[in-house]
Design a protein around this ligand. Structure first.
Ligand SMILES: [Ca+2]
Ligand SMILES: [Ca+2]
Ligand SMILES: [Ca+2]
Length: 258
């Protein structure tokens, strides 16, 4: 009995040793892939953030889908950038090789997008966070912007808030000057909603113009990549296009509604 047991034990140890010696060790990139792909994608955005001609995939990923803001929105733990991506037969997004990953659990990131907010030719990564700040100690969504520099996320602007409580915002070169503005849907005190456009002013954003008030407005353009034209729904007027100059936000009938 004892000899048989020892023979079986020896065989098991031998098999384990063979397995460990033959399995290839994970490289750094593969380890990163393992780390990211076990998580849930909360938000994603396609863009060529490093201007090399190839589009990357930016994601906010979560350890679980059980983390929510008070408004019921899921938030994540990690920011990832993938060199490539594909789709399965059901059209589901499959992230490719991880280029960058950073644990940002403290920010409670809800959404990721990107644009050149300050006109220096470098794409900033916009992260909508859910946190308190020193001067506004309540949990709220806040627009933070970073530049990716090697393995670091370098702070560009960490916005405490916009002029008013906002429902949503996006980045778009709405005035055609080559620099992306923050275009926000904000609440007035009487609960009506307006589009507000914010320009970079060297150290932060200033609101430069806003639209007429509406009862209920929302963005309808593709939120996963940069768009040439912002399209919106405002009350019951159908698809509308948004543009702006220095003093006015113009809302007009969109192509989709003609
Ligand atoms: Ca690229
Ligand atoms: Ca920039
Ligand atoms: Ca612009």
């Amino acid at each position: 009995m004892g000899k048989t047991f020892h023979k079986i034990l020896s065989c098991v140890i031998l098999i384990l040793l063979c397995f460990l010696l033959t399995v290839p060790r994970l490289g750094k990139s593969a380890e990163r892939n393992e780390e990211c792909l076990k998580q849930e994608v909360i938000s994603f955005f396609y863009c060529d953030y490093d201007n090399d001609g190839n589009e990357e995939l930016l994601t906010v990923e979560a350890d679980s889908l059980e983390q929510f803001t008070e408004e019921g929105k899921p938030y994540g733990n990690r920011i990832c950038v993938y060199e490539d991506y594909s789709f399965d037969s059901n059209g589901s997004l499959i992230p490719g090789t991880v280029q960058y990953t950073k644990d940002k659990s403290a920010l409670k990131p809800l959404r990721i997008h990107a644009g050149d907010i300050n006109g220096d030719g470098i794409t900033e990564i916009g992260i909508v966070t859910y946190k308190m700040t020193q001067f506004h100690p309540v949990m709220a969504e806040r627009p933070f912007f970073y530049a990716i520099d090697g393995d670091n996320l370098v702070k560009v602007w960490l916005g405490s808030r916009l002029s008013r409580p906002f429902k949503d915002f996006t980045l778009n070169d709405i005035d055609g000057d080559g620099i992306d503005e923050i275009v926000a849907i904000e609440y007035l005190e009487d609960k009506r909603e307006v589009f507000a456009v914010y320009d970079w002013q060297g150290f932060g954003f200033d609101m430069k113009c806003q639209s007429e008030p509406y009862g209920d407005i929302s963005f309808t353009h593709d939120r996963h990549r940069k768009c040439d034209k912002l399209t919106v729904l405002a009350d019951v007027e159908g698809i509308l296009e948004l543009s702006a100059d220095e003093t006015h936000v113009t809302v007009k009938k969109g192509e989709l509604d003609k």
